[in-house]
Ligand binder design. Sequence first.
Ligand code: AMP
Length: 397
Amino acid sequence: MKILVVNCGSSSLKYQFINMDGEKVIASGIAERIGIQGGMLTHKVPGKDKKQFSRELKDHSEAFKLLMEVLIDPEYGVIKSMDEIDAVGHRVLHGGSKYSESILIDENVKKAIEECIPLGPLHNPANLMGINACEEVLKGVAQVAVFDTAFHQTMPPEAYLYAIPYEYYEKYKIRKYGFHGTSHKYVSARAAEILNNDKLKIITCHLGNGSSISAVKDGKCIETSMGLTPLDGLIMGTRSGSLDPAVVKFLVDNENMSVDEVDTMLNKKSGVLGISGLSSDFRDLEQAAEEGNERAQLALNAFYYRVAYTIGAYTAVLGGADLIVFTAGVGENSSQARENIVNRLGYMGIKIDAEANDMRGEEKVISTPDSLVKVMVIPTNEELVIARDTQRLAFSK
Ligand code: AMP
């Protein structure tokens, strides 16, 4: 069985085509600049050179049609006909409080994704465009929606309610939702599998360009750091994370900025980019800091501090912690970030094994045997979770 996993952004369409017999990626890539000049699809097949296809892509439907052409291309393709695509799984940003699980897409699900557009104004419209494009091109093929918010739906009200008048929760469903749910779910489930124990208090740290932390008890999420939108919580590549809400009014009053401009600044010009004034990329910052750039070091320190601070809070929420898991671009690859975060947690009896930590992208325990809390690195695999959910929902009767 072959499953296509699709992740649509406002002007992009990322894909992975997975053979579920052996769970192997057959092809992957990205169509970019959809709706703007210079459309381009980059296609990768394991073991071969990547191939780029330039074509103006008016909308997601055109991008999807190009993807189909590439997949069945006699030279660069991986299948003979579109009939070999058994089902499609879509990453969908916001499912509001309606969906705590992945679901087979029908007209009602599409309507619900549309109703969540005010909660995910940048992503949900793109996700819907991807679903409609796929419906048009692959008529009759089962499609499944996998929500970034679903795993966090088990949070109790005391964790997800904001302390603003309750009527805004009732009227608009303004509350904490959390994101990166597929990743937190995958790494916490994988940790339970590796340790052969599903009764664990786990703190999962998804640290990448976007970053979030979750507290997971016995496989269920009880707290997470992103909120109504993915702007809240940790310091990220370009996002501020948590700050005093009064900062917005201060900037509107004193910088002659509109609320929209402040919102863009908080999403695109803040985080480690904002503090360093240099880059949102952790590799750049680590190198610059090593060469003596103090602002790069300050940005990294602020990032490590906020992660350690949140782990401390989540240890309280969980009533202790058995395991801390690092994942995503920074969590999987930066031994320096892991070391600097874990070294701030010595009071919990955590000890990092410097030798074990000196690696990238491996599934591995990096704490010492006598550490009171285990620390692991588990590379995330959101596409595989989407493909597995798609297979389960599309083919179970
Ligand atoms: P993601 O959003 O999960 O793809 O993560 C992207 C982030 O991971 C970027 O800031 C990269 O700089 C960072 N990253 C990737 N590889 C490394 C590495 N070897 N060391 C430090 N940071 C890395």
